[in-house]
Design a protein around this ligand. Structure first.
Ligand code: FES
Ligand code: FES
Length: 254
């Protein structure tokens, strides 16, 4: 941009130069002002481009950074899954759920929330139910895993699977594998005397009751709302009469 095109540099300088500065005559001040404007414009461009002024003055540019190395850590893990040994090399961050679904194609175990909140991924790990999305596969070297595929087959169903069918315990079926794995483990927990939040006296063996079943299944969510039929199926397998009556509490020793 050309400023003050109708006025000479000397005119501009004389109007701007301090009258008490004897070393600043009109011509030299005009040159200084022009030089200052040019230098200022250059500096502004450099700053706008993100280049430090000092760096811009230095001729050689730094060498481009090396491409990032592949830092993914892997481990070998051996598991027994539904009675079959499997040895895999996996990224250390692989969850047990992803190992089952993505590496072994055992897609009966479902991924709902992937955050331990829905229970869709429930499996049996060394005889206890766990949320497979919450644990890393490499933490379980040598463990025994049972998924819904290992619990029963269409030809030979587990009694809990049969009961779910008999009592219409599923609708879309997405949560059902986790519900069934959980339900089987719940009855085993009660049998083993493991207390729950609603166990009236933790010094005595927990009793089979609808309240116990409901409390212990509270980590398995069903967006279809098949809860009452699921409890009916569990009560049927456990031998509790009147399963469909909410909280009847027909208690009997496990
Ligand atoms: S997917 Fe694991 S708890 Fe929801
Ligand atoms: S049956 Fe559909 S989510 Fe439970």
């Amino acid at each position: 941009m050309d400023l003050d095109t109708d006025r000479s540099d000397a005119d501009i300088a004389s109007s701007l130069s301090p009258p008490d500065n004897p070393s600043c005559d009109a011509e030299s001040c005009a040159i200084s002002r022009r030089g200052l404007l040019i230098a200022g414009a250059g500096a502004s461009a450099a700053v706008a481009a993100g280049a430090p002024l000092e760096a811009a003055a230095q001729a050689p540019s730094p060498a481009s950074p090396k491409p990032q190395e592949n830092l993914v850590a892997t481990s070998r893990v051996t598991l027994s899954v539904n009675g079959q040994p499997h040895t895999l090399v996996v990224d250390n961050r692989t969850s047990l759920l992803d190992l089952l679904r993505e590496h072994l194609q055992l897609t009966g175990t479902k991924k709902g929330c992937d955050h331990g909140q829905c229970g869709a991924c429930t499996i049996h790990l060394d005889g206890r139910r766990v949320n497979a999305c919450l644990t890393l596969a490499v933490m379980h070297e040598g463990a025994k895993v049972v998924t819904i595929e290992g619990l029963g087959t269409p030809e030979k169903m587990h009694p809990m699977q049969t009961a779910f069918v008999r009592h219409d315990g599923y609708q879309c079926g997405y949560c059902t594998p986790g519900q069934i794995c959980s339900a089987v483990a719940v009855l085993d927990e009660i049998k083993a005397g493991v207390p729950s939040h609603v166990t009236p006296d933790i010094n005595v063996r927990p009793l089979l009751s609808i309240d116990e079943l409901r409390e212990r299944m509270s980590g398995n969510l069903c967006r279809c709302g098949a809860y009452s039929n699921i409890i009916d199926a569990m009560a049927d397998v456990a031998g509790i009469p009147g399963g469909s009556v909410p909280g009847t509490g027909d208690r009997r020793s496990a």
